[in-house]
Design a protein around this ligand. Structure first.
Ligand code: HEC
Length: 226
């Protein structure tokens, strides 16, 4: 089965390949920040934007410099052009990620289809009103691979590091693969933008301090499969 994503109306028609020289433009309005995060709320900055950045908004696809079909998913305002707040079923963004036809689904081949969990996050975020919101809680003590690390990797890295042609010839789709780059130092090196490592996520804003702290705490604990 082919996989893969983004938001093209006439779909993958004009789509050829995603080069990775993307330009990121910051979100236009500052988000509403929630310091006591509601577990039932889907947050745009924490949950939705990273998925869209790693799977849709890079250059050659729907980033600011290269909006395929005029769709720029690099900002909240751009994303809202494809969203009907409170109504996922009437939102182009949602329609293209749940598309059954493998030739029309976004992201397009060879990129991976969004996971069921990612699709649900986007759906719930839209149905909750598609706010430009952010949660600023950061828990670095109860970090586990399943609950913390895997979702971070899935939402920030797998857009490029999955599918039949993963970037850098590196798949990050299971524990063993993530454990390998944790052990050889590349995980912390790339996300911290340390000397001698290609900064990750590639050509995109650095992960939040919270995510970096959580990953660091997990690596320092021996990168357990917990
Ligand atoms: C927008 C696409 C994209 C995203 C998102 C992305 N990467 Fe990469 N990644 C690349 C590309 C392209 C390369 C190859 C870079 C090179 O060799 O110059 C790469 C290479 C790597 C490498 C190998 C680097 C080395 O020095 O050998 C690691 C490790 C890596 N990525 C980790 C990550 C992690 C962890 C994330 C998420 C936090 C991530 N990447 C997100 C595109 C991406």
């Amino acid at each position: 089965m082919k996989k893969y994503l983004l938001i093209g109306f006439i779909s993958s028609l004009l789509y050829t390949s995603c080069k990775h020289d993307s330009l990121y433009e910051p979100i236009d309005e500052p988000p509403i920040v929630d310091t006591e995060c509601d577990p039932n709320t889907v947050y745009f900055i924490n949950d939705v934007l990273p998925i869209i950045q790693s799977s849709c908004a890079f250059s050659g696809c729907h980033g600011s410099g290269s909006a395929q079909d005029g769709v720029d998913l690099s900002t909240y305002a751009g994303i809202m052009q494809e969203v009907q707040a409170f109504d996922a079923n009437d939102s182009k963004l949602y329609e293209v990620i749940i598309e059954n036809d493998n030739d029309d689904v976004m992201p397009p081949n060879p990129y991976s289809r969004l996971t069921t969990a990612q699709i649900l996050l986007i759906k719930n975020w839209i149905n909750q009103g598609a706010q430009n919101n952010e949660c600023s809680d950061c828990n670095t003590t109860a970090v586990t691979f399943a609950q913390t690390i895997s979702p971070i990797i899935q939402n920030n890295c797998q857009g490029c590091h999955s599918g039949t042609a993963p970037q850098g010839n590196l798949s990050l789709t299971n524990y063993t693969q993530v454990k390998t780059i944790a052990d050889n130092g590349k995980l912390l090196g790339t996300i911290n933008h340390s000397n001698g490592f290609v900064p990750m996520p590639y050509n995109q804003p650095q992960l939040s301090d919270c995510k970096i702290d959580q990953i660091t705490s997990w690596v320092n604990a021996g990168s357990p499969n917990n």
